[in-house]
Design a protein around this ligand. Structure first.
Ligand code: DCP
Ligand code: MG
Length: 394
C-alpha cells in the first residue's frame, strides 16, 4: 500500500510573521536579516517577502546586496523568540492530524497521514484542512506537497509557493519529476549540476534514464542515490524525534561558525541546560543524542545509549563532545548544534542505590563554573531555541 506523506512548509516564514504583526510592513518588499541598519548593515538576509524576491533578493544573500537590488525595501531584524513560538503553534496544529510529525526545520515538517484517513480523509483533504487551520488560527499561509514519499512531497510543496497545494498521485512520481531541473534533487550542488549539464543532463527525467551503474561510476554512491530519487523512489520513513519523550536544547549560530572552540563551548552550555532540565523533571536519560546542522542545512544526529541513565553534566558532557567530534570536520561551517536526552527514565524506575550515590548526582563545581563562564561569553551571541519535545504536545 502506498504511503501518504505531506510536506508542509510555511511561506516566507519570518517575513510573513513580521507582516502579520506589523500591518505597516504588509504588501511591501520586506527583508528580514541580522544587522540590517536600514539595509546597509553587514549581515545576511534570513528571508524576504515575495514582493522583495521579485527584485532578486533571497535568503543567505548579504544585506548590502539586497539593499542594492531594492533600496526602498524595508529591512527588519529577526525576532527568533517570536518565530520559535509561531513554529511551535504550527507544529501543534500538525499534531492535530497525526502523531507522525517530523519537524525538519523551523518552518517545515513531514507528516505520514496514512493512518488518519478515516478521521480526516485522504492526503489532499488533510492538506486542505491543515492550510485552512494555519490560515484561520495563525493568519499565515503554508504550502503543502502530498505524495507517496518524502522526496516527492518536498519537491511538490515548493512548486506552487506561496499558498501552494500540489498533489502527486501514487504511481505518477516519475512523470511528475521528469520535466523539473536537476537542481531540485536533494544533494545536487552546483558542481554536480555542472558535471551533469556537461553530459547534457538538465532535467530529472534525463537523469532517471541513465542506468544506475553508469551513475555510480560517474558520481560514486551519490550517483546511485540521485538515480533513485530521479525515478521518484525514496523509502525513508517519517521519523518522530523523541517519539519516546525527550528533552533537548539547541542553539543556532548567527552567523554560522567553523570555530570548533566556540561550538564545543556552546555544546557544553547546552548540556548544562539539558541536565538541569532533566533534574527539574526528575528524570534521567538513558540515551544522549547530538544534532548537527551545517550551513547548507544538511543535518545529522548521532546518539549513544549509556550504561547508566544520566542527569548531570559531568556524565553527559564527555559523551556529547565525543558524539560531536564524530560529526564535525575542521572547516565545516556550522549552523546549529543541539543535544537531547531521550529514553527518559522516571525517577521511580531508577535503582534506589543510585539516588544516594555520592558523586553521580552532583555536577563538579569547576565544570559548572567553566560552563557559566562560557555561557557568559557566548550566550549573548547565540540564539537559543529551547524545546521540550513530546511533553507539550496535543
Ligand atoms: N532561513 C534563514 N537562513 C537561510 C534560510 C532560511 O535564516 N539561509 C530562515 C528564514 C526563513 C525560514 O528559515 O523564513 C524558513 O526557511 P525557508 O527556506 O522555508 O524560507 P521561507 O519560509 O522564508 O520562504 P519559502 O516561502 O520559500 O519557504
Ligand atoms: Mg518556508
Amino acid at each position: 500500500l502506498p504511503r501518504t506523506i505531506l510536506h508542509v512548509d510555511m511561506d516566507a516564514f519570518y517575513a510573513a510573521i513580521e507582516a502579520r504583526d506589523h500591518p505597516e510592513l504588509r504588501g511591501q518588499p520586506l527583508v528580514v536579516g541580522s544587522d540590517p541598519k536600514g539595509g546597509k548593515g553587514r549581515g545576511i538576509v534570513a528571508t524576504a517577502s515575495y514582493e522583495a524576491r521579485r527584485f532578486g533578493i533571497h535568503s543567505a544573500q548579504p544585506i548590502s546586496t539586497a539593499y542594492r537590488l531594492c533600496p526602498h525595501a524595508l529591512f527588519v531584524r529577526p525576532d527568533m523568540k517570536r518565530y520559535a513560538e509561531v513554529s511551535a503553534s504550527v507544529i501543534r496544529i500538525l499534531h492535530g492530524f497525526t502523531d507522525l510529525v517530523e519537524q525538519v526545520s523551523i518552518d517545515e515538517a513531514f507528516l505520514d497521514v496514512g493512518g488518519s484517513r478515516r478521521l480526516f480523509g485522504d492526503g489532499a483533504a488533510v492538506a486542505r484542512s491543515i492550510k485552512a487551520r494555519i490560515r484561520g488560527e495563525l493568519e499565515l499561509t503554508a504550502s503543502v506537497g502530498v505524495a507517496a514519499n518524502k522526496f516527492v512531497a518536498k519537491v511538490a510543496s515548493d512548486l506552487e509557493k506561496p499558498d501552494g497545494l500540489v498533489i502527486v498521485p501514487p504511481g505518477e512520481e516519475r512523470a511528475f519529476l521528469a520535466p523539473l531541473p536537476i537542481r531540485r534533487l536533494w544533494g545536487v550542488g552546483a558542481r554536480t549540476e555542472e558535471a551533469l549539464a556537461r553530459a547534457g543532463i538538465r532535467r530529472i527525467g534525463q537523469l532517471a534514464e541513465v542506468p544506475a551503474a553508469d551513475l555510480e561510476r560517474w558520481l560514486g554512491a551519490t550517483g546511485e542515490h540521485l538515480g533513485s530519487l530521479a525515478r521518484g523512489l525514496d523509502d525513508r520513513p517519517v521519523v518522530v524525534e523523541g517519539s519516546n519523550r525527550s528533552i533537548g536544547h539547541e542553539t543556532t549560530f548567527d552567523p554560522d561558525t567553523a570555530d570548533r572552540g566556540q561550538i564545543e563551548a556552546t555544546l557544553l552550555a547546552l548540556v548544562e541546560k539539558l541536565t538541569r532540565r532533566l533534574r527539574q523533571h526528575g528524570v534521567a536519560a538513558r540515551t544522549i543524542a547530538v544534532k548537527f546542522r551545517r550551513a547548507d542545512f544538511s543535518t545529522c544526529t548521532r546518539r549513544i545509549t549509556l550504561p547508566e541513565p544520566a542527569d548531570t553534566s559531568e556524565q553527559v558532557a564527555p559523551v556529547a563532545l565525543r558524539l560531536f567530534g564524530a560529526l564535525f570536520g575542521e572547516g565545516t561551517l556550522v549552523r546549529l548544534v543541539g543535544v537531547y536526552g531521550t529514553n527518559l527514565v522516571p525517577p521511580g524506575a531508577r535503582p534506589q542505590l543510585e539516588l544516594f550515590a555520592p558523586q553521580a548526582a552532583r555536577p563538579r563545581r569547576e565544570l559548572a563554573a567553566a560552563v557559566d563562564a562560557i555561557t557568559r561569553r557566548f550566550g549573548e551571541q547565540a540564539i537559543t531555541r529551547a524545546r521540550l519535545v513530546g511533553k507539550r504536545r496535543g
